[in-house]
Design a protein around this ligand. Structure first.
Ligand SMILES: *Cc1c(COP(=O)(O)O)cnc(C)c1O
Length: 389
């Protein structure tokens, strides 16, 4: 049995230079990584705080394995829900300042679960055009009416909300856009949700641990603009990025969390994550709370990159987060620049359509607290040299 549609797809991708390859890491994440036999300076992980290979987290995971074993052995509603999971949920809820939280195995599954549990036929979802793929997939799976509004465009969203006669309405947005690094206008989104009686789901995959004075994420970032004790907010964040481990959680009212435990299919029908990871994540939360220097270092590196880069053609996109995309334009040129950087020992991925809109191929530079000033200096020098060539 052959797969002719795959054969054609593979040929086509290859001809257009869009075939994706998996790099192979031979060790942990870090500022320097060993990839396919070479040691490279890396600007391409989401390990923004440098916790993925932190000794305290590794120790907590090992101690957790000795206490709970390596596998959860069952789903949460059977016998997979351990003390370690439960205490982590309580810690996460307290940390983000919401009444309750629920753990998921991955952010992708959390989004599928939340959205399909909240809305169905006769309901409507309003979604920023640049939202993460998992949110779009969830919307399709829910069978709700799926409307997308132009990126960050509150008036377009308002028009759609005003025209909707849906039974239930759900507005969905990345908090930090994963390929652009810019922020959702949360106060404006929440005001519209109040006005049109909608829920607001915020996916803070790239903000949790990073945004806000103490790393509590997008809600803390906007905390001074207004109060967030709105029961409309459904806050979701992932634990495999700044938190350095794996998994995701949803936080909100008790009623929301209780309802999800009964109805969230990607929660109910899957094996709980290893409890040892919950213990590693407690350590991660402790570091996020206490080590402000990691966020301060990130801020310094972001400023160094943005002030230091003096290019004519390629442009940094507006972003105050560790995601600093350098807009190149054509896919071919973006790939060539990424390749040329690699020859200089620097790893920065080229992000091309369909992941981003046509004509906006870019290098997605991501910074981490484990980078040094010298690392960023090397990147600046390399980019200046390459543009001149
Ligand atoms: C990475 C990401 C996810 C998926 O999270 P995983 O835990 O990696 O499955 C969801 N939403 C956004 C915005 C992301 O960047």
């Amino acid at each position: 049995m052959s797969f002719p549609h795959f054969a054609q797809d593979l040929r086509q991708r290859n001809d257009q230079g869009l075939l994706r390859h998996r790099r192979m890491l031979e060790g942990p994440q870090g500022a320097r990584v060993r990839v396919d036999g070479a040691d490279l300076l890396s600007f391409c992980s989401n390990d923004y705080l440098g916790l993925a290979n932190h000794p305290a987290l590794i120790e907590a995971a090992c101690a957790g394995a000795r206490k709970f074993g390596v596998g959860a052995g069952a789903s949460h509603l059977v016998t997979g829900h351990s003390l370690a999971h439960h205490q982590l949920e309580e810690s996460l809820a307290r940390f983000v300042g919401l009444p309750a939280a629920l753990l998921f195995s991955t952010g992708y599954m959390a989004n599928l679960s939340i959205i399909t549990a909240l809305v169905g036929r006769n309901d409507a979802i309003f979604s920023d055009k640049l939202n993460h793929a998992s949110l779009n997939d969830a919307a399709l799976l829910s069978r709700a009416r799926f409307r997308r509004y132009a990126h960050l465009d509150l008036s377009a969203l308002e028009n759609q909300l005003a025209a909707s006669h849906a039974r239930r309405k759900l507005v969905v947005s990345d908090a930090v856009f994963s390929m652009d690094g810019d922020l959702a206008p949360v106060p404006g989104l929440l005001a519209l949700c109040e006005k049109y009686d909608a829920w607001l789901l915020l996916d803070d995959a790239h903000g949790f641990g990073v945004l806000g004075k103490t790393g509590r994420g997008i809600l803390e970032h906007y905390a001074s603009s207004f109060t967030f004790h709105s029961s409309r907010i459904i806050y979701m964040a992932t634990l495999g990025k700044a938190a350095g481990v794996s998994g995701a959680f949803v936080a909100g009212t008790l009623e929301l969390i209780d309802g999800l435990v009964q109805n969230a299919r990607a929660y109910i029908y899957t094996t709980a994550t290893p409890p040892m990871l919950a213990l590693a994540l407690q350590e991660s939360l402790r570091i996020i709370k206490t080590e402000d220097w990691r966020r301060e270092r990130l801020e310094q590196l972001i400023a160094q990159l943005r002030n230091g880069l003096k290019l004519k053609h390629w442009q940094l996109m507006p972003s105050e987060t560790p995601i600093q995309p350098l807009l190149i334009g054509s896919s071919k040129e973006a790939s060539a620049v990424s390749q040329a950087l690699r020859e200089k020992g620097i790893l920065v991925p080229a992000i091309r359509p369909p992941t981003v809109p046509q004509g906006t191929a870019r290098l997605r530079i991501s910074l981490s607290a484990v980078h040094s000033r010298e690392d960023v200096e090397l990147l600046l020098d390399a980019l200046h040299q390459l543009e001149r060539q």
